[in-house]
Design a protein around this ligand. Structure first.
Ligand SMILES: O=C(CO)[C@H](O)[C@H](O)COP(=O)(O)O
Length: 236
């Protein structure tokens, strides 16, 4: 089975969690995009929901799918956020931000009573860190901030290269908020909470891709005999 088929299976299961009247956080990335597409089918069939998109890309996709949208300022309490992830560990701790939307994704997840993560089985890890950790920083003082981030990483018992994320045109990638992303290739993060504390203490760091204590459940689609098998973690 291709990763795309597994992602679609996870997204389809998550659409089944949506109830009439729900206020939803809409995640970002290829898996979340499938959720938005499938949710749009239910909305066009009569389901009533409102969504808060976590990126401009998701806003465009949700509008195209016919999903009514609101803002977090108009609707600050959400019932359910459904989002993808780059990695998930057995404690439902995540690395997110591969798509560069980590800041809005974290704000929206924190405003939701439930956050359900939809992933294919390849995203499951015992220890976070195989996927480079995205760290969002303001452009001002980038070099000084990068040095301070490197020191914070060392203080949390981690090591690895830091690189400024580039876009397809080779220029530095800018987030929807106009910030840069540093990708930290750490390999292994033995204490994600300690690293999170160290990173938020660095002036210039806007947010990082460690989502700790936010996911309440996960829907994992794994391949079994050529068919997707859904495994749920936590409350999903
Ligand atoms: O955090 C994200 C975007 O910022 C995505 O959820 C994450 O990168 C997973 O993406 P995909 O579903 O395409 O594998």
């Amino acid at each position: 089975m291709s990763p795309a088929e597994l992602k679609r299976a996870a997204a389809a299961r998550a659409v089944g969690l949506v109830e009439d009247g729900m206020r939803l956080g809409l995640g970002t990335g290829s898996t979340a995009a499938l959720f938005v597409e499938l949710l749009g089918e239910r909305v066009r069939a009569g389901l009533s929901v409102v969504g808060v998109p976590t990126s401009e890309a998701t806003r465009r996709a949700a509008e195209a799918a016919g999903i009514p949208l609101t803002t977090l300022d108009e609707t600050p309490d959400l019932d359910l956020t459904v989002d993808g992830a780059d990695e998930i560990d057995p404690q439902l701790r995540l690395i997110k931000g591969g798509g560069g939307a980590l800041l809005r994704e974290k704000i929206v997840a924190a405003a939701s009573r439930r956050m359900v993560v939809i992933v294919d089985g390849a995203k499951r890890v015992e220890t976070l860190g195989r996927f480079p950790l995205p760290i969002e920083v303001v452009p001002f003082g980038r070099v000084a901030t990068t040095l301070a981030v490197a020191a914070a990483i060392r203080s949390a018992g981690c090591a690895g290269p830091l690189s400024v994320r580039k876009g397809a045109d080779g220029a530095p990638f800018l987030t929807d908020g106009g910030h840069l992303i540093l990708d930290a290739g750490l390999g292994r993060i033995p204490d994600p909470e300690a690293l999170a504390r160290a990173l938020v203490a660095v002036p210039g760091v806007v947010e990082h891709g460690l989502f700790l204590g936010l996911a309440t459940g996960a829907i994992v689609a794994e391949a079994a005999d050529g068919q997707p098998r859904i495994v749920t973690l936590g409350a999903a």
